[in-house]
Design a protein around this ligand. Sequence first.
Ligand SMILES: Nc1nc2c(ncn2[C@@H]2O[C@H](COP(=O)(O)OP(=O)(O)OP(=O)(O)O)[C@@H](O)[C@H]2O)c(=O)[nH]1
Ligand SMILES: [Mg+2]
Length: 464
Amino acid sequence: MFEALSEKLNGVFGRLGNKGRLTERDIDEALREVRMALLEADVNFRVAREFVARVRKEALNSDLLKSLSPGQQVVKITSDALVDILGGGVHRLEAGGRQPSVILMVGLNGAGKTTASAKLARHLKQAGQTPVMVAADLQRPAAIQQLQTLGKQVDVAVYEGGSARSTPRVARDGVKRATELNAAWAIVDTAGRFQVDNELMSELEAVKNAVSPDETLLVVDAMTGQEAVEAAKQFHDRIGLTGLIMTKMDGDARGGAALSITAVTGVPIKFIGTGERPDALEPFHPDRLASRILGMGDMLTLIDKAQANFDRAEAAEMEKKIRQATFDLEDFLGQLQQLKQMGPISQVLEMVPGFSAMKGKVSVDELDDSHLVRTEAIIRSMTPEERRRPEIIGGSRRRRIARGSGTTPQDVNQLLNQFGQMQKMMRQMMGAPTGKRSRGGKRQSKKMRRMMREQANIFNLPNV
Ligand SMILES: Nc1nc2c(ncn2[C@@H]2O[C@H](COP(=O)(O)OP(=O)(O)OP(=O)(O)O)[C@@H](O)[C@H]2O)c(=O)[nH]1
Ligand SMILES: [Mg+2]
């Protein structure tokens, strides 16, 4: 997401930061580049123009030109402006005053409505609330079945209207069913169209009148760029939206739609979709995205993800093992699996501050998912005894493991060496006896140890 924009902005601000003091001309030059970068990212031209004008005004009004770290202040002003155009704070789902609260999902064909319905259902369920999904797409023959399959995956009840042919009727009956089931939420999935047309809008108006939704969420495909923005304007004018779900952010390198849509329509993005699976949904945090774009990383989302995926008790157990230096390859395998659950490693790493600047300097081969898969295959080909005591692995065992995992004895060797180093590192950072004592004194090493431990807790994997 936002790779090109992020890279360009980092370049501009990097050059600016290298200058001691700034002149008005320096700022204008930088902002011209910022504007170009925004336009290349497919940001709506009016939004780009207003954005740059605001940053310029604030930069010149501040004491920036006299300050000693003007570059940093420009970044701060830009970051605040980005947060604003992205919608300010987090916009949560608003429950209505009755049971169930109704969410109406609308959008063009293929935007991701049905997938997003299931993702939302899962999200609500994880928050301890009971959702019911209502299959009110009577256009596409397979739509009901698609929702039912997803319902099974996320373990959420799906209402379907049988032979009923009236969409408002099915929607209303579905909400009634949700009431009977004592559900807190009813999520109504509707049919899409290839473009915004009168027929679609009339149908949605009728559904809206039938169920009086608390939330009317437009699902838009980030990859369609300014078309998504245009569609959002039309939907909002006609039926009134309370929020947006921007899907396929994982496939959208430019990010223009996300950066323009709220500024153009006034409707906030509530969630973003970052993959096809039901767990690939994130509440939208403008501040985190802004810092991600400006290359400041996104530790908060990473921590959220880590917390959602990691079991506290298990993490404590791991820490103990690391501290006592009994962390073995079996544990390592468990860690790899948890890491994989957080999403593609490239996406996870993108959130680490400074990683965008590091990109290209680190060997990608060491970071991509295929490396994880290979590592996993090697460990899986070991016997439990070998996983516990890798030191017993000699030449013939090595060859057997390589054969079993479709790798080479060198690969196995490499993994064992890396693991050995990792164990050594863990012992050092957890303060287990290493025989040596650094000259830096107690205070520093204590602080360092705490920092490392915190990091190890976040990743639950010390060598990333
Ligand atoms: N990569 C990626 N794919 C997504 C995302 N959301 C949905 N998709 C995919 O987009 C395609 C269309 O998704 P649907 O949920 O069926 O879209 P829809 O809006 O319900 O489509 P219609 O009912 O035909 O209008 C599917 O292949 C989904 O897997 C996302 O966030 N990322
Ligand atoms: Mg659908």
